[in-house]
Ligand binder design. Structure first.
Ligand SMILES: [Zn+2]
Length: 392
């Protein structure tokens, strides 16, 4: 078999389960929710094969699922709609109420995945960790996206792979959402370019590091030093943690075309030509880093721009959240709690303009949207059992 990734992968939903009956976390791996991203499928198959063939003593359980089966078979991102959207409660309710006879291929896939997610979560005997494996159309190092909770940050930082904060909140209804909204630790992994020969190995190294950090396999099986070395090379020169500063959303009517040659995390100077659309040139407004430039036909994100976060601010965030300062954020002028939702605060942007975004981000309030003349910021939560994740 070549090291490259072939298009067109015929697999079953359940890629495999490994469970030796010992107590511990459940690592649930989803691969190929985008059908043109088979690298994650191959990586988790390799890890499962290794666990089985070497008879590795596992604590807890590894469950691996394939995402969009017909799209994987076709080597396309999706057939009728993006399966990595539509996981918010309202969309799930609509799916539930719709007649399955009128399902698109992705509707059927989503129904089946939902059954699998429920099954895995309800049969878990310890905390669940969800990992969603992706690849991208541009070259670049691997990186992680996650809902901004301290438990998610801790797990992600333990891998040494760069983290992007804030991307998860800009994309409504990714599969990560289903888990994050239940307080489950959940991480999306971009492993590299779809067809790059190193991409499968990047995903594989990351899965071993997670198994190691979660104490699920002996170090002799995970070889954490080797995996860390592999990922260190793959991510050389990339800041450990960046924050999304801008998402360029697009529709087909925009006739968006990314300027050629951008890769993930590439430094971009103010004024650099980024793309064209029907209104002409699009240039960078400030110095930043490029993320997820769109070099494929399908997608509703043209690109993202990010800025590095200093480690100092990570520690500040940890301390503020440990003190649960989010509970008294409503003492600030122009800020009050949403009476319907304790995780959401409503901000009067005129009164609170000077501190709005940065302070709320530090406290974990990242999801931002307009509600009337107020800005609504929502914070994620994490199940108390997740605190045990680094102690198994
Ligand atoms: Zn993807």
């Amino acid at each position: 078999m070549s090291t490259g990734v072939a298009a067109g992968l015929s697999v079953r939903r359940e890629l495999g389960t490994q469970d030796c009956g010992r107590a511990g976390p459940t690592l649930l791996v989803l691969a190929g929710i985008h059908g043109n991203e088979p690298a994650g499928v191959l990586a988790v198959q390799r890890v499962l094969a290794h666990l089985q063939q070497r008879d590795v003593e596992l604590r807890g359980r590894v469950v691996a699922l394939a995402g969009n089966l017909p799209a994987l078979a076709d080597g396309r991102r999706y057939l009728a709609r993006d399966l990595n959207r539509g996981w918010l409660p309202a969309a799930l309710q609509a799916l539930h109420e719709r007649d399955p006879a009128s399902d698109s291929p992705e509707d059927g896939q989503q129904r089946d995945l939902l059954r699998q997610f429920e099954r895995v979560v309800t049969t878990a005997r310890g905390p669940v960790v969800f990992v969603d494996l992706h690849t991208s159309s541009a070259d670049g190092p691997p990186f992680l996206c996650l809902a901004d909770t301290i438990d998610n940050r801790d797990l992600a930082l333990a891998t040494g792979v760069p983290i992007i904060l804030g991307i998860e909140e800009t994309i409504d209804g990714a599969s990560l959402e289903w888990f994050s909204s239940r307080g489950i630790v959940a991480i999306a992994v971009e492993g590299g370019r779809h067809q790059h020969p190193d991409t499968v190995g990047n995903h594989e190294a990351l899965l071993w590091l997670l198994l190691d950090h979660l104490g699920m396999v002996p170090a002799a099986a995970a070889q954490p030093e080797r995996q860390r070395e592999h990922l260190k090379k793959a991510t050389a020169g990339v800041p450990a943690i960046v924050e999304i500063a801008h998402r360029h959303a697009i529709t087909p009517a925009d006739r968006f075309a990314m300027a050629p040659g951008f890769s993930n995390f590439q430094p971009v100077q103010k004024g650099t030509l980024l793309a064209h659309d029907q209104n002409g040139e699009i240039r960078a407004d400030y110095d930043c880093r490029m993320l997820l430039p769109l070099y494929q036909a399908l997608g509703d994100d043209g690109y993202f721009l990010a800025r590095p976060v200093r480690r100092f601010w990570l520690q500040v965030a940890r301390t503020l959240r440990r003190w649960r300062l989010d509970r008294i954020v409503t003492w600030l002028p122009g800020v009050r709690r949403d009476p319907q939702d304790p995780l959401t605060i409503l901000v009067n942007p005129i009164v609170a303009r000077w501190f709005v975004t940065e302070i709320f981000h530090l406290l974990g309030f990242r999801k931002e949207r307009k509600r009337g003349d107020r800005l609504a910021f929502t914070r994620r939560w994490s199940l108390p059992e997740n605190a045990r994740l680094s102690r198994w």
